[in-house]
Design a protein around this ligand. Sequence first.
Ligand code: PBG
Length: 336
Amino acid sequence: MDLTHRPRRLRQDRVRDLVSETSLEPADLIAPVFVDATTDERIPIESMPGHDRVPIDGIVARVEDVLETGVEAVMLFGIPESKDPEGSRAWADDGVVQESVRRITSETDAYVITDVCLCEYTDHGHCGPLEAELRSEGGLEDGPACEPTMTVDNDATLAALEQIVTSHARAGADMVAPSGMMDGMVGTIRSALDEAGFEHVPIMSYAAKYESAFYGPFRDAADGAPAFGNRRHYQMDPANAREAVREVRLDAEQGADVMMVKPALPYLDIISTIRREFDHPVAAYNVSGEYAMLHAAAEKGWLELEAVATESLLSIKRAGADLILTYFAEDVAQRL
Ligand code: PBG
């Protein structure tokens, strides 16, 4: 046998790092944090061990803990004190996210990204105000027994998103991240920001966001589960890959600065395709279900948590992500 080629030469301890193709840095990680206007105390999120909903008074301390680990950016999700059909607390200048952003930016150096969506703010839990669907097909068909069926009103949602992003920017958000998968969302937000004098605020678009069952724990955490139906009329079909390219292209044309793929691990092929086809920074969202399943297996003693967490994030980077949003951010950063 010809053993001229021995790949094991480069796997020896002293040379492995020299030839490693991918590395994880705390600066690549974004920590999602939940701020809850309905509580005065931290509420542990059962399905996401180590994560809490924190009260507005606790948000600065929470972000300081993130910074302590070397992670420099947070993604802020808010749970409002009240909900209505339009989700009007989402754009209130004294809303939970707006108030938190003001506090975080005045008291810390964190880079603050805000999730821009209505599902935590509407009483029906959908990502925008509803309208009656004209055709009986194509609506949120598992809905209440009402005729005709309901669906999210795209253009009314765009008008709400304009108000939300400008309120976040006024509060001092460094970047906005629209996650509602409405048509024309990025262009609308870009114009609204520019007109309000926030040309410098970048948009990280949840460009290829799938209708995924891996969001389960998050929906408990953020209290944003749809009260009826599902999100498959606006989020992408897990069966589709070419459609992700089309979605990202539309967002690129509309001025998105960072393209996100979500979830991450079940969609590594999508991350890799987007990396190849576009020259924008690519972010991947390692979502709540991906976090919860590793924790659950580790709790049973079936997986070693630190190892699988690091390996997961490394795989997401290897697939082509520049940035990773992950609930493991602090744990992993601390070990790097
Ligand atoms: C919507 C939003 C969701 C997540 C982030 N932003 C939930 C959804 O689309 O239902 C999921 C994040 C996760 O699962 O970690 N505002």
